[in-house]
Design a binder for this molecule. Structure first.
Ligand code: ARG
Ligand code: GLU
Length: 732
């Protein structure tokens, strides 16, 4: 799933500079996530890399392309349709949040797994959606027509937003579908996306964590890997096969566009592609901006989260209730934490800042003599001037986000504050009640997954980090309280968690039903929140915003300069959660020497890792029995079952669950991760280090059929070679 690793302001500040760096460094065919519709014009690279089907099968706008089998799953993952009955395959970790909503200590699907044995047993997942991209069209000319690059930003923005609104309206009218226009390449390109979003999605199959999350955070972002990271859902539609809210009467979504599953395997060097929705990359930022990520932002996040995760893990291990409340939150906090460590390692080992500086010299040489864009020669100097001198603010902002607002009780002060604002605004009773009931609903959701004692441990661990590392930016209220409790964070925490309504659902609902100004402003949760937000607004946000705003413009111009410099060739815009295709080849990983790592892992290796005394590495008994009896059915290869494989496709967060296709466009796996140091590919792709990790579809099918006993699902799938043929061969 997409983790928003970078907060909004950093995004603005960094989400830029599209086409400079990748372009001028390695223009390898493997780098890049391309917009499928652009292959219509430029397909020579992907064909010479190995694609063996007509381009218009991969993508077209008449409803028959493979794009109709690849979906945005929830808000941040990818999924693929694998049957004419709307059966959908994605990752285990992509279904995790929905499954948590369906789980309880009695029905603990993380421990036991879930296998529907018929359509009737498929479980509705409230709030989960699946979006199909029916077509995309380049509308840059219509949006940017007549707009001068250097026109004042506010003027430019207002023209563009009016054009977008009008054009979207037109597309909605003509297509009778959703239409959204999105900016690409830092606002130098615009595309309209015609889509349909289905709202009745049901859980079909979910292996227990001992398979679906095997290896847990220890193995996360690492190769070799033995995680059966898949889950299965089904899309439901109304009588007209159209999107509808959940209704018991809805029927499985009917489609001719679903993926054929190829079960004959692959070998090193084979062409593969990943079709999906990568979230955010920043391939074209300047060296200084990269240093801010690598040397300031990432380390602060890692430091804060190490402390938080220590407390959470302890408490989760001691209490299954705490485990169930925090398992989904923990997975997402730990995911970023581990990824950034790999990113810092990769960027450092590869001297990426140095490489970017070398590129900037070349860019400057070009810009000095270029006549087409008079502003090009000053761009880098201007960007650098803006970027430097903001380090302290960026650091403080990050500490506040991770170490202060990372404490749930303080974060909830935001809800108290909303309530206070309603009271102060003197809303009519009816409106007030309405808002208050929305807030209580949020609280209900919050309490379902909250344990105050656990959070208190986090407070004691994170507060000292914040106070001691940020002396300049600590609110007076914090210093006063700390002094009042004799400099003891534990005593301070005792008071806060004893006194605050946030630590008690009863007290909080009481506030929500009898809103009282005094009760709110006396609550330590509100006081802590209010103090930090007031300080941040005053001392940090204003300057950071001004800085980000000016960078938006500079980065857009810088991007444009790159595009002009490269004559618009082979450029790919940074990922922005829109549909893309990356392609490469199956390839082992050997960054440091001849030992390297093979391109594929197996069940035999997983069994060696099995360790009943470590929950993350505990395999279910039934899987061990299947292993002991070699009960692999038709999924065996060389006496074992393949689990995962790596290739050098350029992927990112959001590509989780993406179909991994062979040269014929057939499904051979499901993407779920990247190799550790290679996670730097969000900023710099290097085929020596960068690998995407995919689950072998044969392991998925083996687990469904032999472990889940849900072989009925295989009957609706289409295989090549067809299973019967395999059986005949064997007999012969
Ligand atoms: N690293 C993978 C991705 O970004 C998998 C995450 C889920 N697994 C975990 N142990 N948290 O999303
Ligand atoms: N696991 C990631 C996700 O959830 C995909 C892996 C990556 O970032 O490469 O999107």
């Amino acid at each position: 799933m997409i983790k928003i690793y970078i907060n909004r302001s950093n995004l603005l500040e960094l989400a830029f500079t599209v086409l400079s760096f990748g372009l001028f460094s390695t223009s390898s065919a493997k780098e890049g996530m391309k917009i499928p519709a652009t292959f219509e014009k430029n397909s020579s690279d992907i064909i010479s890399a190995g694609l063996d089907i007509p381009i218009n099968k991969l993508y077209n706008s008449d409803g028959t392309g493979l794009n109709n089998a690849v979906v945005l799953f929830g808000r941040g993952c990818t999924g693929e349709i694998i049957s004419p009955e709307g059966l959908l395959l994605t990752n285990h970790h992509c279904g995790y949040g929905s499954v948590q909503g369906l789980s309880s200590t009695q029905n603990d699907y993380f421990a036991k797994g879930y296998w529907a044995m018929s359509n009737k047993e498929e479980l509705p997942c409230p709030g989960l959606t699946v979006t199909f991209v029916r077509s995309m069209e380049d509308v840059t000319d219509r949006i940017l027509n007549g707009i001068d690059d250097e026109m004042p930003e506010s003027h430019r923005d207002s023209i563009i937003s009016i054009r977008i609104k009008n054009l979207e309206k037109g597309f909605r009218f003509t297509t009778k579908k959703d239409a959204t226009i999105r900016a690409f390449a830092n606002g130098n390109q615009y595309w309209v996306i015609i889509s349909e979003t289905y709202r009745d999605i049901r859980l079909v199959a979910f292996p227990p964590n001992g398979i679906g999350a095997f290896g847990g955070d220890t193995d996360n972002w690492m190769w070799p890997r033995h995680t059966g990271d898949f889950s299965v859902f089904r899309v439901y539609a109304n009588d007209n096969n159209l999107p509808a809210d959940y209704d018991a009467k809805n029927k499985p979504y009917q489609t001719k566009q679903f993926l054929t599953i190829n079960t004959s395997g692959y070998k090193e060097g084979d062409f593969t592609m990943v079709y999906g929705f990568p979230g955010t990359t920043q391939e074209y930022i300047t060296s200084l901006q990269l240093d801010q990520i690598n040397k300031i932002i990432d380390p602060i996040r890692i430091e804060s989260r190490t402390k938080k995760l220590n407390e959470w893990s302890n408490n989760m291990n001691n209490d299954r209730n705490v485990f169930l409340k925090y398992t989904s939150k923990r997975a997402s906090i730990a995911n970023g934490w581990k990824k950034w460590q790999g990113e810092v390692r990769g960027l450092t080992l590869n001297n990426v800042s140095e490489k970017k500086r070398a590129f900037e010299h070349k860019f400057q040489d070009w810009a000095n003599t270029d006549t087409a864009l008079p502003y090009a020669k000053n761009l880098l100097a201007n960007i650098h001037a803006k970027s430097s001198s903001r380090d302290a603010l960026i650091a403080a902002n990050e500490y506040i986000r991770e170490s202060v607002l990372g404490i749930e009780l303080i974060q909830q002060g935001a809800e108290l504050n909303r309530m206070l604002k309603c009271i102060d605004a003197g809303l009519p009773q009816e409106k007030l009640n309405d808002t208050l009931s929305k807030i209580s609903k949020n609280w209900y959701a919050f309490f379902k997954n909250y344990d105050a004692a656990n959070d208190k441990d986090v407070f004691v661990a994170l507060m000292p980090l914040f106070v001691e590392k940020n002396k300049q930016f600590v609110p007076q209220y914090y210093n006063d309280e700390l002094a009042r409790f004799g400099k003891s964070y534990a005593a301070w925490a005792d008071f806060v968690y004893e006194k605050s309504a946030v630590a008690s659902d009863k007290k909080l609902y009481d506030i929500a039903t009898n809103p009282d100004r005094k009760k709110i402003t006396n609550d330590p949760s509100w006081k802590l929140y209010n103090a930090i937000i007031t300080l941040r607004d005053k001392k940090i946000t204003a300057s950071l915003n001004a800085y980000n705003d000016s960078l938006i413009r500079l980065n857009r111009l810088y991007m444009k300069a790159q595009m002009v410099k490269s004559k618009y060739e082979s450029l790919y815009p940074d990922a922005n959660s829109t549909l893309r295709i990356a392609y490469g080849h199956v390839k082992g990983l050997d960054p440091e020497g001849p030992s390297g790592y093979a391109f594929q892992t197996t069940l035999d290796e997983a069994v060696v890792k099995n360790n009943p005394s470590i929950p993350e590495f505990t395999m279910p008994d039934k899987l061990r029995t299947l292993f002991n009896t070699k009960n692999y059915g038709r999924w065996a290869q060389n006496g074992t079952v393949p689990i995962a494989f790596i290739a050098d496709n350029h992927t990112s967060g959001g590509n989780s669950g993406s179909p991994v296709l062979n040269a014929k466009g057939e499904l051979i796996g499901t993407n779920f991760d990247r190799a550790w140091e290679g996670t730097m590919s969000d900023y710099y792709f290097d085929e020596k280090w960068c690998r995407n990790i995919s689950l072998d579809v044969r392991y998925t099918l083996f687990i469904i059929e032999k472990f889940g006993d849900a072989g009925w699902l295989l009957k609706e799938m289409k295989f090549t070679p067809e299973p019967k043929k395999i059986a005949t061969k064997k007999k012969a």
